[in-house]
Design a protein around this ligand. Structure first.
Ligand code: SDX
Length: 423
């Protein structure tokens, strides 16, 4: 193993180097402070590895995304979301027996306790569904306390199965319609769509187009290595907090408009451009103006500096689904014009700002009849297996340590207390 050398005030420190299975090089500084009393600084952690993981590989320069070695393009084309859940969490694609058993367990655990339905009576109709999802997921710990390590697999199934029920109930709550119970005859995606759009007064059949579109969307969102919300899940899990508490924290982190909340902001931005006569060039100029805090939502990425492969897949899926559904969405035209203008503009090219996964996902959700304030919930449903896989990978690591970074203090140096009458 090669080493790295760091010189601090003339003193040289030799640091071990870790090389990953894809040739990535990590300088191990875990002993650096003990030797030098100095720490490294990296606000936003853009240059810092939080650990080693075998779940997802991203090459931002080449636009590569693989789950446990499988390219995202192949999984989006050939797999079902339940396959990908199993792959991310347990490391291998399931064989037929494993898949049948996993599917059966997910179906069996889709109902939430009848008493949990009463929680919804306390939320106002205007409650954002992300607030409901995060609090209801944390509340699952009140029904399913963590008793032993082998309970984790059962709670993993419970969470994957019940989160989509909670999401659908949050939507029904917001439109004042009765909750629809899950059906044991439906697939994971169809069950969710049925709970979302069926009503007791008439039969609702989930179309293949809708089921396939949701399946693709959930697979594309399933994991993305050490992003903000996954790091949050790993940090909360590093204190040995239970699965539900750790995942609820990840849901909250995803809610932010710079992260998973961007898909809702993209649609609001496109709608704003449409209301403003479709003048997308004006908004590109605003995004470039340093005096404006406006950002082109759905553009840019910390890791992808050429293209987000998920955006490429979604861009093609949107055209196909809208054609199959006979929908013509003017916001899609605005989105494509915005993309063309931005990608030829020096400001975006120079900063390597390309459409990310959130840029097109909202157009698809909208075409499927999912309301804008549910978009980030959809992102969370997709990301569940990734969060769970990272939580489990960390929990299963006997050498795992609690996340506790250091800092550089910049506040006042020591001073004496001043009594009130002297302030
Ligand atoms: C997701 O990490 C993940 O993997 C996340 C995710 C996942 O799957 O988990 O991929 C999902 O969160 C996708 C990103 C969704 N967010 C958005 O679409 C919000 C809009 N984009 C950004 O705010 C921004 O691009 C980030 C947050 C995505 C990345 O931020 P960085 O890496 O911290 O980059 P930065 O803010 O330092 O920007 C670098 C420069 C700055 O300009 P200068 O100071 O160099 O002049 O680029 C500019 C920024 O002002 N910039 C933008 C911009 N994004 C960055 N300018 C206009 N519009 C934008 N969208």
């Amino acid at each position: 193993m090669s080493t790295a050398k760091l010189n601090v005030d003339g003193q040289e420190y030799e640091l071990p180097v870790v090389v990953g299975s894809e040739g990535e090089v990590g300088v191990d500084i875990s002993r650096f402070r003990a030797a030098s009393k100095a720490v490294t600084l990296d606000p936003g952690f853009g240059n810092t590895g939080s650990g080693q993981s075998a779940i997802t590989f991203i090459d931002g320069e080449k636009g590569i995304l693989r789950y446990r070695g499988y390219p995202i393009e192949q999984l989006a084309q050939n797999a079902r979301f339940v396959d990908v859940c199993y792959l991310l969490i347990y490391g291998e694609l399931p064989n037929k027996d494993e898949l049948d058993k996993f599917r059966q367990e997910l179906t069996y655990h889709t109902l939430i306790h009848e008493d949990m339905k009463k929680f919804f009576e306390g939320y106002p109709p205007t409650a954002h569904p992300m607030a409901i999802l995060s609090s209801m997921v944390a509340s699952l710990a009140t029904y399913y306390p963590e008793l032993s390590e082998d309970e984790n697999d059962l709670n993993i199934v419970r969470l994957l199965a019940k989160a989509k029920t909670i999401a659908a109930y949050a939507y029904k709550k917001s439109i004042g319609q009765p909750f629809m119970y899950p059906s044991n005859d439906l697939s994971y995606c169809s069950n969710f769509l049925h709970m979302m759009f069926a009503v007791p007064t008439e039969e609702y059949v989930v179309s293949d187009v809708m089921e396939d579109a949701l399946n693709t969307l959930l697979i594309l969102h399933a994991d993305h290595e050490q992003n903000c919300s996954t790091l949050t899940v790993r940090t909360v899990g590093s204190s040995q907090a239970n699965l539900f508490a750790s995942l609820a924290a990840g849901i909250c982190a995803l809610w932010g408009p710079l992260h998973g909340g961007a898909n809702q902001k993209v649609l609001e931005m496109l709608e704003m451009i449409r209301q403003d006569g479709g003048d997308y060039k004006k908004y590109v100029d605003m995004a470039k103006d340093k005096n404006s805090d406006f950002r082109l939502m759905g553009f840019g990425h910390r890791v992808y500096k050429n293209f987000d492969p998920r955006a490429t897949i979604l861009r093609n899926t949107v055209d196909k689904v809208l054609a199959q559904m006979g929908t013509n969405d003017p916001l899609l035209d605005i989105a494509k014009h915005l993309e063309q203008v931005a990608l030829s503009d020096e400001y975006f090219v120079e900063r390597k700002l390309y459409p990310n996964v959130d840029f097109y996902s909202g157009i698809l959700y909208r075409a499927m009849g999912i309301p804008t304030n549910m978009f980030t919930v959809m992102f969370a449903l997709g990301r569940l297996p990734g969060w769970i896989a990272h939580w489990k990978e960390q929990r299963d690591n006997p050498a795992g340590r609690i996340n506790r970074p250091r800092q550089i203090y910049t506040g006042p140096t020591e001073r004496n207390f001043v009594p009130l009458e002297q302030r």
